[in-house]
Structure formats: structure tokens, C-alpha cells
Design a protein around this ligand. Sequence first.
Ligand code: ADP
Ligand code: MG
Length: 598
Amino acid sequence: MQTSKNLPVGGQGLNPVPMRRHWEITGVVAALVIAFSLPHVVNQYWAQIATLAFIYWVLIAGLNLIVGFAGQLAIGFVGLLAIGAYTAAILVEKAGWPSFVALIFAGGAGALFGFLVGLPSLRLKSFYFAMTTLGFATIVTQVALGWESLTGGGVGLPGPIFPAPFDTYGGFYYLCLVFALIATYLLANIAASNFGRGLVAVRDADVAAEAMGVPITRLKLVTFTFSGVFAGVAGALFASRQTYITPDAFTFDLSVLFFIAVLIGGRGRIVGPMVATVVLTLLPEIAAPLVAWSTFVYAALLLLVVLLVPGGIAEFFEKFIAPKSSADGIGPRKLGELAAVVGKTQRKGALTVHGAALSFGGVRALDGIDFVVRPGTVHGLIGPNGSGKTTVLNAISGFYRLNRGTINFSSHDLAAKTSGERAKLGIARTFQTPRVVGNLSVLENAMLGAYARFETSFGEVAIGLPKGRREDGLIRERARRALEAVGLGNLANFKAEQLQHTEQRFLEIARCLVMEPDLLLLDEPAAGLSHTEIEYLRSIVDGVRVLGISVLLVEHHTDLVFQVSDDITVLNLGRVLARGTPAEVRSNQEVINAYLGA
Ligand code: ADP
Ligand code: MG
């Protein structure tokens, strides 16, 4: 029956994510109704405050991708607002260009400087990067102050006036509202796409993101450029609303306002930051005496949020709406789905590790290792703790560079390839300690596996081309099947952080399967699993081998390794101690002495 489906009795009923959607949709509809009727309800003064909120939101929508999604501490975005404002004002006032053309160029200038602001984020860690953005904002206002012939210095410049019907306060209100809606639409499209998931992965699990082939450098720079456009356009609108712009309009307080609107609203959310933008814009108006204290008030607000509701407004409301899960765990495994997830006919060749050597300072982690993983076989890699197993996987997946030796996969020399390129070649891996993106749903985590396979570009996704949605739908379906295959089908909509450790191991495997890998590197997948779960793991490994995928299995559960492997290599102290079939290795006296025990 239809109604019983919604009761929170089984795994199906406890879906926090769809409930979040309901909440967000309701909020959006209410906001739209209020926004469109506002100039008819309130006086000019308040309509102009609302206009300001829309302009701020245009900027904050873009900044949200940087701060909320990608987790970059970009504080000085007021600098980009100033760039946009001065570009528009100068082009209109000094060059006599039409306002809308000037606005487009303001967006372009924002893009250029957004890119430049983003560059240091590739090298610098959080706080140092935050400092560079603040420095940038200071430089912009100083240049605006000093370059009098162009900017009017401290006297300033008139802001652009948009042509009728946008030249009245009411018309301008609706113009800014439309820009705010466009910004929201673009943001929502990116947020719901593989790019949005990729940004959150960069924030919460960058190593896993890299292993999935998320091009972190490029993604960051594209996002900074994109949010620069938002900031530049917001600047042009801001200049128009100010009627006259001077450098002191672009205060440090404003920068802080933009930044904390995202944090108070909730990282990786849309409606929360939107509400926060409105509240923070209104705050000085309703509590005028606070203006002198605004820096203090912002700091206090930020502290309160960080301490009490680290997830921001959005999470605060979700707490009431979405029940905390009591996940009923791993369900039935539909191994039949494996073929649908990774099914393809042509598989790649062997993995050949030859003379691999790697030292960390004085520690010889790998000391000349040779082995071959034949196509379509399971190769067990065993040995005592510290013998170099994880280091081998890191070298294969591109996290470490060898000092000596080569790694070839299907006749590609991997030496010069990045982790992302190796992922594209079909090398997927799990981690000894599971690395999932806690704030994404289980399904979204699995979808990350296909990141490198997406063909729709950032721009195409932003404007919402059907092509992107279709592609997303196909990947979503494949990810759902991968989850079914590993038994996580009924947990698809839970946040990954709600999963138990063992479930996260299976989620990592599902994420790898969505990559359609040719080579699967598993780092102690059975650690912490119960006896039945190990049996499931065995059937999954068997299942993917049948489909022609090679598996390199690092594992301490020797029963599992001897059962499932075609070949085994035993490492000890960074060298190969023995190799052969399970039977040969099991009876090798050296292996028994060093590892298996009597
Ligand atoms: P295993 O996975 O077989 O337990 P590892 O490959 O993790 O072993 O480690 C092999 C050796 O290399 C250990 O002595 C370990 O301390 C060292 N090692 C691994 N990674 C690093 C690193 N990033 N820095 C320094 N030493 C490391
Ligand atoms: Mg290890």
C-alpha cells in the first residue's frame, strides 16, 4: 500500500535525504512568493534593503561553492565585489558603454580575478590561504584609492544606471531578483552534479577524491573562476545600487558577512546560506545600534554557530525534520547486479611491478619487488605488518613515486601518470582505513566512482543542459545497482558518516565498481568484518573476477586469501619472501616461519 511505505518502520521509511528535499522545496516556494510581492507590500526603504540582499546573494551563491562545498577559507571576496563594481562603473562613466554590456564585462573581470585569487589555494593550507584572500581585498581597495585618474580615488565614481524599466527602485529590485534567481539556479545545478559531489569530496576526503580521478587542481580553479563571475556581476549591481562608489564601501565587515553567511547557513547547502544572507543583511537595519559593533556581532555569531550547530542553520532544522537513523545495516546482496554495473567485454592486460624500490628517509619500505597480476585473476598480497603492502598499493595508484623500478598496467608505463590518469585507465582502490565522504549520501559516495567518466562540462551542467541530467541519471542508476550488489541498497539515502565501519568498507567497494575498473586494489577489506560479511566479500571478489576484472588483494585473513587467490606474493621487510599458488605458499617453510606461524 502506498501509505505504509512512508511509515518509519523499515529501512525504506527512514530516508533523511528526501525529507530534506521537501523542506528545501517548501522554503524555495515561500521565498519566491515573498520576493515577488515584496515591493507591493513594504515601502521603498525596505525594498532597497531587500535589493541589497539579492545582490549579496548573487555573490554568496558563488562563494558558497568555494567555502561551503570545496571548504576553502576564502574571506576576501569583497575584493572581487569591488573589481566588478569598478569595472562596471568605469566602463559606463569613462567609456560610455551601455550598462548591461558593462555588467557582462564586470562578470568577466570577476572571472579573471577569481581565478587569480584561487591560485594560492592549490599550494597553501587553510589559514595561509585565507590570509592571501584578505591581502587581495586590501590591495584592491588600495589600488582603487590610489589610481585617481581611473577610479576617482577617495571621491569615487557614479555607479551605472540600468535602462528603463530598471531605472526605478522597483524595476531595479526585480532586476536584482532575477539575477539572484539565476545565481540560485546555476548554484543548484552545480551542487546537484558530479562537480558538487567532487567539491565536497575535495573538502572531506581529498585522498579518496584523487583516487577516484577528481582533478582537484582543475576543479578548484574552475570553481574559483565561476564564483568570480557571480562576484563580478554582484559588483556591477552593487555599484548601481550605491549610486556612487568609493573604496570605503568595500569594507572588511562586508567580506566577513559574505563568509559567515555561508558558514551560518550550512556548508554544502543552498537554502541555509540564502536565509543567512537575508538575516545578515537585515540585522544592521533592525538593530541599528549594532552597526558599530558589527565585527563583534559577526564574530560572536560565528562562534555560536561553530560551537552549537557546526552544520549551520540547515542542519539545525534538519535535526527536527529528519529522524536520526537507526540503520538496519547490510541487506541482501544482489550479486546479479555486478554484471550490470561493470559489464563490458574488453578488459585490459596484466599489472607488472618490476624492481620496485621506495624509501622513506632511512626506511626501505620497498626493496626491489617483482610480481605480476595476470588479467582476470585474484592476486593475494600478504605479509606481516610493515612489510610494504599498503606502500605497493600507493605506488600503483599514484600516491607515491618509486625511487627505482617500474609499474606497467596493460602495457602503459604508469611512472609519469597522475592518480587521476590511473583511475581513468581503470585502476580503482579501497583504503586500509575507509575513506568515504561523510557528508554525502551513500548513493552520492558511490556515484563519485564515475567522476572521471563524466563528459558533460562544468558550464553545461551549470546551465542545466538535459545532457548533463541524463548522464547523471545513468550514473545514479549504476551506483544504485552497485550498492544493491554489495548489500547497501537500503542505506542508499543515509549520510555515509552514519554507516558503520564495516559498511563503509563495502561502500568503498561499490564506489570502485561504479568506476568500471579493470584492476581493483583492495587494502585489507576484511578487517573488522564478521564471518558472514567475509563470506559476502569473498563472493563479491569471486563475482568481479568472473567478469574479467583483476584484483590485487592485500589481506590478513589468510583463510580468505588462500581460498580466493589464483596467485599469492608474500612480502617481508619490503622484499618478496615467496610467491606461487596458494598451495605452494601455504607449505613454504620461510612463509610459515615469518608470517603464518606454526
Ligand atoms: P603494510 O601495509 O604492509 O603494513 P606499509 O606499506 O604501510 O606496510 O609500510 C611499510 C613501511 O613503510 C613501514 O615501515 C612504514 O612505517 C613505512 N611507511 C609507509 N608509509 C610511510 C610514509 N608515508 N612515511 C614514512 N614511512 C612510511
Ligand atoms: Mg597496510
